[in-house]
Design a protein around this ligand. Structure first.
Ligand SMILES: NC(=O)c1ccc[n+]([C@@H]2O[C@H](COP(=O)([O-])OP(=O)(O)OC[C@H]3O[C@@H](n4cnc5c(N)ncnc54)[C@H](O)[C@@H]3O)[C@@H](O)[C@H]2O)c1
Length: 402
């Protein structure tokens, strides 16, 4: 089990590939994006994750990690490609199917395939049939799901320290996959079957989504009743068995905003709470948009500085970001001049690029120009602001920081 091929070099695949290369494995990272391949082979990275730049540079220079557009023969194939939603919140596993199809010409007897992408229940079994249809003559091929549960911003540490759940399509697959993770994971490696491993990951993210939805619902109720929700949560959390999470402008990212739909989709008549939580969190984003629009009507020529575009604090990931949706909607509806401040990106993403009343500025300039300031993301850069800066502005703080 010395050579590993990691398919998909994004937020999960690249740190995984680099970490394994650093553990002494020979790693080939595969992606369909030539710019990513070129960047990594130059020893650089295309995503923002603490310490990852140094690690990638180090393992590329040592020749332990190389990136390629094509897979190679290997002992283990790890698949970490996107699993987004299609229309009507249906899971789209086509990236996983395509990735599996690409590796089939390189499979040999005894290979282990690990699906690390978050997948709907039953996908590992489906992929097993899919592989067997394409290659009938090569056996055994081991196949397992091992969901990833790292926290962006702390990925390299959590890849090693977190407990892992491993579920194979049969006992041998589970054993092989567990043995592999035990080589570099310091947390517990727990064996189960593939369907259980699949739903464990979806359950974790649905749990988070439901708890955030509760906080968001309380924030809207408190707003309606003219009560400070942050004080309410602080006081309620003094109860020894209460731990209410933080409200915000909605829920984003490639996990919590998406994965609960996989459960809803698999059990539509039963997953009522999970579906409602999703709807509450989506609705919270619209609620914030309306709060900003109401505040803007009280200003002659509104210039609205929106602080933060990413889906959570101190990262550059804009996927499913409620902050991004809010900024886009304000600009599209032409609710004044909109200034976006996002210290983690250099230019606006494509979907915001052509909006004429929107510009990306640094914090200082944004404060000079704006009369309405909306804190959307709790980046460190926004927390310790000089309070004098806030004095002459109308403030909407979705993070309870100011
Ligand atoms: N980002 C997270 O925090 C996180 C956490 C846990 C689980 N996950 C899951 O991990 C999976 C990957 O997420 P991510 O955040 O790394 O996505 P990402 O979009 O950052 O990276 C995916 C990469 O896969 C590449 N790709 C797509 N199809 C490919 C193919 N056929 N062959 C090779 N490369 C291909 C893309 O170009 C991209 O670079 C998803 O299922 C996600 O739900 C993500």
């Amino acid at each position: 089990m010395n050579k590993i091929c990691v398919i998909g070099l994004g937020y999960i695949g690249l740190p995984t590939a680099a970490l394994l290369a650093n553990q002494g494995f020979e790693v080939v990272g595969v992606d369909i994006n030539p710019t990513i391949i070129e960047t990594i082979n130059q020893g650089n990275i295309h995503i923002c994750e603490p310490e990852l730049d140094k690690l990638v540079n180090n393992v590329v220079i040592k020749g332990k990690l190389k990136a390629s557009l094509k897979p190679e023969l290997a002992d283990i194939f790890i698949i970490a490609v996107p699993t987004p939603l299609r229309d009507n919140n249906q899971p789209d596993i086509s990236f996983v199917e395509t990735a599996v199809k690409t590796i089939t010409p390189y499979l040999k007897q005894g290979n282990l395939i690990i699906l690390e992408s978050t997948i709907p229940v039953g996908t590992t079994e489906k992929i097993n049939y899919f592989i067997k249809e394409i290659i009938t003559e090569i056996t055994p091929i081991y196949l397992a799901h091992c969901p990833e549960r790292v926290l962006p911003g702390n990925i390299l540490k959590e890849l090693i320290e977190n407990d892992r759940v491993v579920g194979g399509i049969d006992e041998d697959s589970t054993k092989k996959a567990a043995l592999f993770y035990e080589k570099f994971v310091q947390g517990k490696v727990i064996s189960t079957n593939s369907k259980t491993a699949e739903i464990v990951k979806l359950t974790e993210n649905s749990f988070r989504d439901i708890n955030i939805a509760f906080a968001n619902e309380m924030s809207m109720i408190c707003d309606h009743l003219d009560i400070n929700v942050w004080e309410v949560i602080k006081l309620a959390n003094l109860h020894p068995r209460v731990n209410i999470l933080k409200p915000g402008p909605g829920v984003g990212g490639h996990c919590i905003a998406i994965d609960p739909w996989f459960i809803v989709n698999s059990s539509p008549n039963l997953a009522k709470l999970i579906k409602t939580a999703r709807e509450v969190n989506i609705n919270k984003t619209d609620y914030v948009i309306n709060q900003i629009k109401n505040a803007a009507t009280k200003i002659n020529e509104p210039v609205i500085a929106c602080l933060g575009l990413s889906y959570k604090a101190n990262i550059d990931d804009l996927r499913e970001s409620p902050a991004l949706k809010i900024v886009q909607q304000l600009a599209l509806e032409k609710i004044g001049k909109i200034i976006a401040v996002e210290p983690h990106i250099k230019c606006l993403p494509n979907n915001l690029n052509n909006l004429e009343n929107l510009e990306l500025l640094d914090l200082e300039l944004a404060f000079c120009k704006a009369n309405l300031v909306v804190l959307l993301v709790g980046h460190n850069d926004f927390i310790n602001l000089n309070q004098e800066l806030l004095e002459s502005k109308i403030i909407i703080d979705t993070q309870g920081i100011w």
